[in-house]
Design a protein around this ligand. Structure first.
Ligand code: ADP
Length: 212
């Protein structure tokens, strides 16, 4: 946007569009009790300087609103597949002790447990591990399969879904991450694990979009 000194009339138009945009040129003219022709040069200056944007049949927008709209539109369309991170996986027979070590080594908040075929079997979060540790059991002896949230209670997301859908699921189910999966053909509720989406993924994607 080019910074220019606005005339009183131009500033009045800008404030009006901020308040009531999108708004057509005719509506602006009516509110200011001037002819549409009299406004033409002011609107041209405001649009060419980047203060306002015009969209055919919709009218004039304040540029900042438009930017936020554009960011939101772009964010909504992003696909899980393009943002997913590597899943950190343990065998479901892994001990709770070893899972805690993995959590620190990999610097993640959630581990995914898989069965002997490598299919998703459970989710082990920080709280699951803390709860197990509070139980005073021998953590080297307890497998994560005992404490994990298991199938079919796992909320998943597909690679072709959008980040918006992922964000909604995490908020609605009060969870920090989603396994990105593909159902194995002909085997209901049996999933291959392709990645993970976390709340951090969503935040990073949003920042990337805003910062261009
Ligand atoms: P934290 O334990 O750090 O709060 P979460 O909020 O993700 O992490 O986990 C809260 C509970 O939800 C845990 O019991 C965990 O096993 C479970 N959980 C985490 N992710 C999922 C998921 N995708 N589907 C179902 N349950 C989940």
């Amino acid at each position: 946007m080019v910074i220019i000194k606005l005339s009183n009339r131009q500033d009045e138009i800008l404030q009006m569009v901020k308040r009531s945009g999108p708004i057509t040129g005719n509506e602006i003219a009516k509110k200011l009790s001037v002819s549409r022709a009299a406004l033409r040069s002011d609107l041209a200056i405001l649009t060419s300087s980047g203060n306002l944007e015009a969209r055919p049949r919709v009218g004039y927008f304040y540029n900042k609103d438009l930017q936020v709209m554009r960011h939101s539109e772009r964010f909504i369309q992003q696909k899980v597949n393009d943002f997913k991170a590597n899943p950190i996986v343990v065998e479901k027979s892994t001990s709770v002790y070893e899972a805690i070590v993995q959590l620190f080594l990999e610097d993640v908040g959630t581990l995914y447990a898989v069965d002997s075929e490598g299919h998703l079997s459970g989710v082990v979060s920080r709280k699951d591990l803390l709860r197990a540790a509070l139980g005073n059991r021998d953590l080297q002896e307890v497998p994560v399969s005992v404490i994990m949230t298991r199938m079919p209670n796992i909320t998943t997301i597909n690679p072709e879904d959008t980040l918006l859908e992922a964000a909604k699921k995490m908020i609605n189910f009060h969870i920090d991450s989603l396994p990105v999966v593909r159902e194995v053909e002909g085997r209901k509720n049996t999933y291959s694990l392709l990645g993970r989406i976390t709340k951090t993924t969503i935040t990073r994607a949003y920042l990337e979009i805003i910062e261009g």
